[in-house]
Design a protein around this ligand. Structure first.
Ligand SMILES: Nc1ncnc2c1ncn2[C@@H]1O[C@H](COP(=O)(O)OP(=O)(O)O)[C@@H](O)[C@H]1O
Ligand SMILES: [Mg+2]
Length: 438
């Protein structure tokens, strides 16, 4: 079978790596891919995955390429092509594509749609209200003592949310978004949520019209600096599982979120085929949904897929046919950790083209796989090409073992100005030190 993956970051390398292990997959392309993806061998013995020089958001060019090369399945990684309707476009041309349609992608593309859907269907979330008028927004923020999250409605490359702890901060955030329009039209309408305190975790569920199969927990680290300080990034590291919820608590959380969500989708005629990824705050009053994403997390995918034992190709094919209910997800009991290595300057402006050394040495450590996020190949070597460059991923029998392998691997890799967090999973380690249940 021939498979096309759309996207070119660490998540897509992990998707390609996992799909490449399927005996069904005899040809694997990635648009645009990256230098690591281009070297990923196929288990079926037919060479490596291949990069296609087409941008992930250039829908006409993707359709043209796919019409000529006829992949049996197209797997969409990032949110933007989904929100632009790439799945609808492919389907309308008789091409099988995995991922939510544009309509179903509104759970991520519109925070207002998502918030109101959660309220209509009793999904546990933050208290919130929606505004088009900045003065009214400020009055609402005042009722919360300024302790709130101000969220632009549309996709804003992870820059659309401002977490505020006082009224001055909230006023500035509202004025930036709604009056000064620092994010353009995305700030026309905002959701303001009450500030929730707690440990933040990622959940994922693979969904189709027949079933929603929940994943274990993972935790991302959005801030650039150790101790969750500094600016927000796309994500600096992940691990799975986390110790914060027992199996029973996790099952209960999924039940309280996924059941009403599925019923809501059914009632509103939304057919969702893809990954639903709720961002969750574990508050003293129980788990609360902060937002929904409609795709695999990046870098959550790197730790999930290194633990998933099923054939991913079979799962995604089943999802496109509403046959997921016949499948059970199987997870390795091992812990996976992913440490992101980023370019100097990221998440601001950064230099490109710096040579990278040591990837092969790193991968000689047992259990280590280096996923490429922003890399290229120049003059016979890997070079940096993005803000997030590599996702150094390791599995081990427990969290300390996986962390030790991952950091040993990171230390073998060198490029100019490489920055990474030294404290991935610090909350889990603190949790265990405090003697709380695993
Ligand atoms: N209601 C809230 N209370 C506390 N923190 C929040 C709240 N909503 C969002 N956040 C923080 O802001 C981050 C970004 O918000 P989120 O809704 O996930 O938007 P996006 O991922 O699209 O930027 C979250 O990961 C979380 O850390
Ligand atoms: Mg988020």
């Amino acid at each position: 079978m021939k498979v096309l993956v759309i996207g070119g970051g660490g998540r897509e390398h992990a998707l390609v790596w996992k799909l490449a292990q399927s005996p069904h997959v005899t040809e694997l392309w990635c648009a645009p891919g990256n230098a690591g993806i281009a070297r990923e061998p196929l288990r079926s013995g037919t060479g490596t995955a291949r990069c296609v020089p087409v941008d992930a958001e250039d829908l006409p060019a993707l359709l043209k390429w796919a019409s000529e090369n006829r992949p049996d399945l197209t797997v969409v990684g990032p949110d933007n092509p989904l929100a632009l309707g790439v799945v609808d476009l492919f389907q309308s041309h008789g091409l099988r594509a995995w991922g939510p349609t544009r309509d179903a992608a509104r759970f991520e593309a519109s925070k207002i749609f998502s918030q109101q859907f959660m309220e209509r269907h009793g999904i546990p979330t933050a208290r919130a209200a929606t505004f088009t008028d900045p003065a009214e927004a400020i009055r609402y923020a005042e009722t919360l003592g300024g302790r709130c999250a101000v969220k632009a409605d549309g996709l804003a490359l992870g820059k659309g949310v401002r977490v505020c702890r006082g009224i001055e901060e909230a006023r500035t955030a509202i004025q930036d978004l709604m009056t000064r329009r620092v994010l353009g039209p995305a700030g026309e309408r905002v959701v303001i949520q009450e500030l929730l305190e707690g440990i933040e975790v990622s959940l994922h569920a693979l969904c189709d019209g027949s079933a929603a199969l929940p994943f274990p927990t993972a935790q991302d680290h959005k801030r650039l600096g150790d101790g969750n300080t500094g600016p927000n990034t796309g994500g600096m590291g992940t691990y799975s599982p986390t110790p914060f919820l027992s199996d029973a608590e996790l099952a209960a959380a999924y039940d309280r979120i996924l059941r009403p969500w599925q019923e809501g989708c059914r009632a509103e005629g939304i057919l969702f085929r893809g990954v639903l990824y709720p961002g969750i705050m574990l508050t003293p009053a129980g788990p609360r949904v902060l937002e929904f994403n409609v795709r695999f997390g990046d870098p959550e995918t790197q730790v999930y897929l290194t633990r998933l034992e099923n054939d991913l190709f079979e799962l995604l094919m089943a999802a496109t046919e509403d046959k997921l209910s016949a499948h059970t997800l199987r997870w390795s009991p091992q812990t996976s950790v992913c440490i992101v290595m980023a370019s100097a300057g990221y998440p601001g402006a950064y230099k490109k083209g710096c040579p990278i050394e040591g990837i092969e040495e790193a991968e000689r450590i047992p259990g280590v796989k280096v996923f490429h996020a922003g890399t290229g190949w120049e003059n016979g070597r890997f070079v940096t090409r993005g803000g997030r460059v590599l996702g150094v991923t390791a599995t081990g029998p427990d969290l300390p073992a996986a962390l030790q392998r991952a950091y040993r691997a990171v230390e073998r890799i060198r490029f100019e100005g490489a920055q990474y967090r030294r404290d991935i999973a610090f909350q889990a380690l603190e949790w265990k030190r405090a003697g709380r249940p695993a």
